[in-house]
Write a protein that binds this ligand. Structure first.
Ligand code: NFA
Length: 102
């Protein structure tokens, strides 16, 4: 799959230009109204954490104001933010979820 010396120039140029994708943290923000149990459920469902890990993240958000749920490529992070916010609004909760470059 790597080029041999005969035609290596074009593919080598392409390889030099490839950058790893920029990574983005998905962050939950604390509020005074969203139930703790809902936040734990969201972290389990959308970020693949078990109940123990999800509870630790929820408590960090609750105590410190924010917490990182995961780090993803831009599109995956944006989709998770949208899904979490949509789910929260449908459930009537003000939970905020944002992304930021890692
Ligand atoms: N602070 C919320 C409460 O006491 C719980 C919460 C945790 C909300 C994490 C948002 C994020 N019900």
């Amino acid at each position: 799959i790597f080029p041999d010396k005969q035609d290596g120039t074009v593919l080598e140029r392409q390889e030099e230009k490839l950058k790893p994708p920029s990574m983005h943290k998905v962050v939950l923000l604390n509020d005074d109204f969203t139930p703790m149990e809902f936040v734990v459920m969201v972290i389990e469902e959308y970020f693949g954490k078990d109940r123990e890990a999800a509870t630790q993240i929820m408590l960090k958000v609750h105590r410190e104001g924010r917490g990182v749920c995961g780090v993803y490529t831009r599109d995956v992070a944006a989709t998770k933010v949208e899904l979490v916010v949509t789910h929260a609004r449908q459930a009537g909760h003000p939970l905020q979820c944002v992304m930021e470059e890692a």
